[in-house]
Ligand binder design. Structure first.
Ligand SMILES: [Zn+2]
Ligand SMILES: [Zn+2]
Length: 91
């Protein structure tokens, strides 16, 4: 059962892209694959910086809503700001 769930999660990741990048300004996110990392823009359409890897340890992120690095725990962005932006986006 656990194995099947793992497989499903892995399968979904393969479809959506292995990792995620997000804009520090507006929170816009996009998925990327290791093979196509070069295609991830450095700058968002809004002019904000798109963060693709942790600035401290260079680990990529698997969660679009990550506020801390999963590897080293570094703060990636302000959670308060993120909450505000996300609520606004969902409207
Ligand atoms: Zn943006
Ligand atoms: Zn890190």
């Amino acid at each position: 059962m656990g194995k099947a769930a793992d497989w499903l999660r892995e399968e979904r990741r393969n479809v959506l892209g292995h990792w995620t990048a997000f804009c520090l300004e507006c929170g816009a996110a996009r998925r990327w694959f290791v093979e196509s990392e070069d295609e991830v823009p450095e700058t968002c359409a809004c002019g904000g910086t798109i963060l693709r890897r942790c600035p401290s340890c260079s680990a990529p992120f698997s969660s679009t809503f990550a506020v801390e690095c999963e590897e080293c725990g570094s703060r990636l962005r302000e959670p308060e700001l993120l909450g505000m932006r996300i609520r606004r986006q969902q409207r």
